[in-house]
Ligand binder design. Structure first.
Ligand SMILES: NC(=O)c1ccc[n+]([C@@H]2O[C@H](COP(=O)([O-])OP(=O)(O)OC[C@H]3O[C@@H](n4cnc5c(N)ncnc54)[C@H](OP(=O)(O)O)[C@@H]3O)[C@@H](O)[C@H]2O)c1
Length: 336
């Protein structure tokens, strides 16, 4: 059995280029006891993959090796099984990476019920990004009724979910997104109270106007100029779940100055901010509650989601490079 796969061809310098990826055909190993052969239907493209392309210490070791299959979550159909609990035709969530077929151990799989929800949601609102929003906002952000919650990358799967959960908890949700269409979507379709385009030259002034009582929770997805606009508006005892810093994922040293750490830390001390970084699996014990609660919110129409589906595995590199530039609109998924 053969697979078509995309491997890491070179370590990117700054924004990845198409030549940093290579598509190739490879022979799969024979199916061992307890293993299944998967045909991949959908591949999730996520910002963390950029970090996995660098050979620097990160929260997971080691990075993608040169020549190895690009990592990634997938939805797949079991085509052959040598495990008694898995049967041909079943749909599973797996971590089989950027390829068309894979041989996997079942311990790494989760069965999906295609009748319960569209299977692609297992990669987005009902999967890792949705869980990131849920656990990070509720555990670290702890929004209270009447408070103001700000989130950027607000039309993406994490940010869109953060804003909608904030609303469900009685807070005001202010979203920051790239461009008029994304801003309209989060305000009119998702019910954010305000939406601001981060490309606007007066971003800081617009944000101040949208947050007349300051910011109580800033769910940090981006960093960069968005952080600069948010920081002066933070209230006493503000909470800042640090989830992602996508504005910096393509930075290469030396990093731009000036060093503002002393000023920032002075404010952290004087205003008693809680700044806590997290990786979603730190909260793994909350996953059953997440599946239950988020499933219910989606069924009741209280949480909405949008997917951006790209056709063809061969188009994954271009789509991924676009994700790092804000070209996606909603959860980016490749129909393999
Ligand atoms: N800690 C964790 O466990 C965890 C788990 C999942 C995701 N994350 C992080 O959460 C964040 C959102 O992830 P996602 O999957 O929901 O991604 P996403 O929103 O679908 O895509 C990333 C978005 O970031 C925005 N962006 C890119 N460069 C930017 C810049 N320089 N300034 C401002 N915005 C920029 C773009 O949206 P606009 O067009 O709106 O600018 C882009 O569409 C990322 O930082 C990701 O790494 C963390």
């Amino acid at each position: 059995m053969k697979t078509h796969r995309i491997v890491l061809a070179a370590r990117p310098q700054g924004l990845p280029k198409l030549s940093d990826f290579r598509m190739e055909e490879a022979e799969l190993p024979p199916l061992g006891d307890g293993e299944v052969l998967l045909e991949i239907q959908y591949l999730s493209l996520d910002p963390y993959m950029r970090g996995r392309m660098d050979d620097v210490p990160a929260y997971e070791e080691p990075a993608n090796a040169i020549g190895s299959v690009m990592e990634g979550g997938t939805v797949a159909i079991v085509r052959e099984s040598r495990h008694p609990d898995y049967h041909a035709g079943e749909t599973v969530l797996s971590y089989s990476g950027w390829q068309t077929h894979a041989v996997e151990k079942t311990a790494e799989l989760r069965k999906l019920d295609p009748k319960a929800a569209p299977v692609t949601t297992a990669l987005g609102v009902l999967g890792m990004p949705g869980f990131t929003a849920y656990a990070g906002l509720l555990t670290i952000g702890q929004p209270k009724p009447g408070e103001t919650v700000v989130v950027a990358a607000a039309s993406g799967p994490v940010g869109a979910t953060v804003g909608q959960i904030a609303k469900l908890k009685g807070a005001r949700a202010v979203g920051i997104a790239g461009g008029a269409d994304k801003c309209r979507y989060i305000r009119e379709e998702l019910g954010f109270d305000a939406a601001i385009d981060h490309r606007a030259p007066d971003l800081a002034a617009q944000l101040k106007q949208a947050c007349p009582k300051g910011i109580d929770v800033y769910f940090e997805n981006v960093g960069g100029h968005v952080w600069d606009a948010v920081f002066p508006l933070l209230n006493l005892f503000a909470r800042i779940p640090v989830c992602g810093l996508i504005a910096h994922y393509n930075d290469t040293p030396p990093f731009p100055g000036p060093d503002r750490l002393p000023v920032v830390m002075d404010d952290v001390l004087m205003n008693r901010y809680t700044i806590r970084g997290f990786i979603q699996y730190d909260f793994a014990e909350q996953r059953p509650a997440f599946y239950r609660e988020m499933g219910q919110w989606i069924r009741e129409g209280k949480v909405k989601y949008r997917e951006d589906i790209v056709d063809g595995l061969e188009n994954a590199p271009e789509a991924f490079i676009g994700l790092l530039q804000g070209k996606n609109f909603g959860k980016l998924v490749v129909r393999v």
